[in-house]
Structure formats: structure tokens, C-alpha cells
Design a protein around this ligand. Structure first.
Ligand code: ROI
Length: 171
């Protein structure tokens, strides 16, 4: 994988609502910690969240992780998709349908990126309580490129339907 020399902080969103979602997300956090040229520097609690999109699907488990990485954004995306694949993620084509494991690059340094494969900051993150509240837990002072202060985004985003899980909550 291509590596660049200067480490960058990247934030990754994790989500699952199939096949024991808590285990999917916890397992993925461990795998993020083993990526090449990358350190896992923070992870939020797990959160239970009502589905955004079609309501006839199970509740989600979400979390956010902070990485320090020398991987380019594209190489990090490749690595995240490889982890998704090991968790049996199949792209069904159902729009906003259920998923075994979803790993999204939310932020990559202070960069704004737009390519056919990757848009950073992640489009829609400003409206997603299951992204913003876990982010607040690990980096409350974040300033999000093009979107502004996390604190201000939180003021406009209700936490309704979102529940932080205790560490020993195995459900
Ligand atoms: N809803 C919740 N609560 N959490 C997610 O991670 C999530 N991911 C998605 C869609 C289908 C938009 N809904 C979600 O991709």
C-alpha cells in the first residue's frame, strides 16, 4: 500500500446492524489498530441508534475512531473496504439497507477531498447524531473542514434515538 511520510489524523465512522453488531464494531476497532503505518489513537463508546433511512431494519450500533496514519486517503479507503469484506459485507445495492459492517472515512486531516470513490468530510455527517455525538466524546473541539465547529453542528442535531452503551453492555 502507498504510504506518505507525514502522519495525518483521520476519523472513521463504524456502523453495523446485522450479525451481532456490537461484536462487529468491537472487532473492527481491533482491526483498525493493526492497519499498516497506522495507530488507533482514540475510540468512542459504542452507541445504539435508530436506523436512519428505511425503518424496517434492525437498530444500529455505531462508534467513531481516531487514527494517526501515513496511508493516503485512498489507501486507507482500500484498507477499510478490506476489513468490511472480512466481516462478510456484501454490497446488496439496497439503498440505505442493513449492513454487517460499514466503515466510513469521516475526516482526513483538515482536507476536503472529492473523487469518484471518496468524498471527505463524509457527506451527511453534519446531520447524523450517530456520528456527531461519538465524535464529541473523543474530540469535542473539532473544527470540521467546510462544515464548522462540531459544537455548533451538535446544537442543531437532536440526540433522540441515540443511546451510549456502557462498556460491559454486551447486547
Ligand atoms: N443509521 C444508523 N443509525 N446508523 C448507521 O450507521 C447507518 N448507516 C447507514 C444508513 C442506512 C444511512 N443508516 C444508518 O448507511
Amino acid at each position: 500500500m502507498a504510504a506518505e511520510s507525514k502522519p495525518v489524523l483521520a476519523w472513521v465512522g463504524l456502523g453495523s446492524n446485522l450479525e451481532q453488531p456490537c461484536e462487529q464494531v468491537r472487532g473492527a476497532l481491533h482491526e483498525l489498530a493493526t492497519l499498516p503505518d497506522t495507530r488507533l489513537t482514540a475510540a468512542s463508546s459504542l452507541y445504539r441508534s435508530a436506523p436512519m433511512g428505511p425503518q424496517d431494519q434492525p437498530t444500529y450500533i455505531n462508534a467513531v475512531a481516531r487514527l494517526e496514519t501515513r496511508l493516503t486517503a485512498e489507501a486507507l479507503l482500500d484498507a477499510l473496504q478490506a476489513i468490511e469484506a472480512t466481516h462478510g459485507r456484501v454490497r446488496t445495492g439496497v439503498h440505505w439497507g442493513p449492513r454487517t459492517l460499514d466503515l466510513d472515512i469521516l475526516l482526513y486531516g483538515g482536507e476536503q477531498l472529492s473523487s469518484p470513490r471518496l468524498t471527505v468530510p463524509h457527506p451527511g455527517m453534519a446531520e447524523r447524531s450517530f456520528v456527531l455525538y461519538p465524535l464529541e466524546e473523543i474530540d469535542p473541539d473539532l473544527d470540521i473542514p467546510g462544515l464548522g465547529l462540531l459544537r455548533e453542528l451538535l446544537a442543531g442535531c437532536s440526540p433522540e434515538g441515540l443511546e451510549r452503551l456502557e462498556e460491559d453492555d454486551s447486547k
